[in-house]
Each structure stands twice: as structure tokens, then as C-alpha cells.
Design a protein around this ligand. Sequence first.
Ligand SMILES: Nc1nc2c(c(=O)[nH]1)N[C@H]1C(S)=C(S)[C@@H](COP(=O)(O)O)O[C@H]1N2
Ligand SMILES: [Mo]
Length: 316
Amino acid sequence: MLIKIPARHALKESAVTDYSVYLQRREFIKKSLATGGAIGLSAAGLPAIAGVDLSAYQKAADQALAAELTAEKSITSYNNFYELGTDKKDPEKNAAMLKTEPWSVTIEGECERPGVIALEDLIQTKDIEERIYRLRCVEAWSMVIPWMGVELGPLLQRFKPTSKAKYVEFTTLHDPANLPGQRFPVLDWPYVEGLRIDEAMNPLSLLVVGLYGKQLPNQNGAPLRLVVPWKYGFKSIKSIVKIRFSETQPETSWNLSAAKEYGFYSNVNPEVNHPRWSQARERRIGEFRKRKTLPFNGYAEQVAALYSGMDLKRNF
Ligand SMILES: Nc1nc2c(c(=O)[nH]1)N[C@H]1C(S)=C(S)[C@@H](COP(=O)(O)O)O[C@H]1N2
Ligand SMILES: [Mo]
């Protein structure tokens, strides 16, 4: 039987419109709460927004990966999100415990425009695009996921990082009253992650607000998570409430928890094994045979230059 895969641009446009409606609903709720008005909104009459133009490179990359997409059900039911539990099934089960409305992000540190910004002001719907990326977990499984998001670099530039901004640190929501995993010292909460500023500015780095053309499910890190496709999955921090520019290399949760196993860089590298298992191969979720893990998870052409002259075995 011939299976018709919808044109990517078609999916993208409907998805962007969906998210635009979602953001406008949030905006409406915010205003209604402020004025004490009733909450309610019909989607009718909201303006659709224009489709997004992807670079020729990105279009080609999306096409190449479109045939390999992991099933939506797998992406939303097999998760690592320790705040919602350590079993792969826990995050979906406990998803409702993560409260995502209202949501704002604190911007601080080495920048000219620090402050607290509401999600709907941080993410401009006209900038949202679909990107199909491989996700390679350090545990040696992988997926191919159609994310909806905005490029991180241009978003960071809006806050005018100073010349001292050599790194960017990200922090996840800390809400132990609601997030069951944060009541146990599995990690030193809140979850923190970081990138070197040039890694953050690389066009592959994405701040994600959706997947498969829909609003991001809570178990995948709603309402806002990072995706850095050439690094192990744990660098792609979920449910971000703070972005800090800093002069010194930030601490990262998994490095704090086991420094010999998880480095700051954590670039996907089939030649550097985890102390307890090989990283040469991976199990693509939905496939039976293991496949070879690619250097930088297949993104070497775009990111290898970031590390020229560095010993990647030492800087793992
Ligand atoms: N805050 C937070 N972010 C997190 C994690 C987590 O436990 N907490 N797990 C990481 C790991 S190990 C992976 S593999 C990815 C999984 O993303 P996914 O569930 O959307 O596939 O999220 C990363 N981001
Ligand atoms: Mo992971």
C-alpha cells in the first residue's frame, strides 16, 4: 500500500497557525486575568499567519530525515524527564503535574537587557519553523523528531549579550510541590544545563515549543525546551524558566552528578565510550537492529569547526 506523507511545508503552515492560536489564547488569558474578565475564546476570527521560509539547506535536511520519523506515540510516551519520574513511562503519566500557564523566562547575567519576559513575548510566532532532527540519548537509543521552534541565536541576541558573555546557562522550573521527581534527590534540583556562546549561536540550536505540528506535550518539556541535536539528549534541557549569560563555564546537572561519565560538552561521539557502555551504536526507537552512531550525531558538517584544535577525548 502506498502511504502518502504530507508535504512538509503544508504540515508546517498548519502547525504554525495552531501555535499562533495557542499563543493568542494565552495572551487572552493573561489579559482576562489582569482585568478580572471571564476566560473563553473561540478560535474563529484569529488571523492566520504566513508560512515560514526555511533555508535551502534546512529543506534538504528535513526531506532526508522525513522518511525516518519516529512515531509520535513513541516520542510522547518514552521520555527522560526526571522531574516527572525516572521510569520512561512516568513523564506521560504525570504530565498534568507540570503547570505551564502562566509561564515566563528570566533573562540575567552578562547582557544589556535582562528582565522577566512572558512566554508569549519571548516566542514570536512568525519565527517558528519545523526542524526534523535526530535525538541521540546518552543511554544509546535514538529518535527522529519533527520539532517546532525558533533559532536560539537570534532570540539571545535580542537581550544584547555583552562581550563577557562566553557561556549561556539554562534552568528548569523548580516546583517540588507539583513535580514529584523533585521530592527525591535523584539530581541536585533544579536541572541546569549550559552551552558555550558560539554553540548557542550555531543555527542548529533550537528553542522548541512544539512537535509533530502541535503544542509541545508536557512530557517533552513544555512549554519551552532546548534542542541541541549534535549533543547527547540530556543537554536539551526541558521546561526552561531562566537563561543566564555568564563569563565562566556553568555547572550542569549530569556533570555535577557524575563528572567522570558526563562532561560539559557531551557531543555525540561514537569513539568516546561511556565508562559503563559503548557509544559506537544506538537503537533507533521502532527499529530492531542497532545502527552506527554518527560523529556529532550526523551534524559534523555544521558543527565540527566549533571544536577545531580541541581534544574531544579529554573534552568529552
Ligand atoms: N529538565 C530536564 N530536562 C531534560 C531531562 C530531564 O530529566 N529533566 N532529560 C534529558 C534527557 S536524558 C533526554 S534524552 C531528553 C529527552 O527528551 P524527550 O523526552 O523529549 O525525548 O531530555 C533531556 N532534558
Ligand atoms: Mo538522555
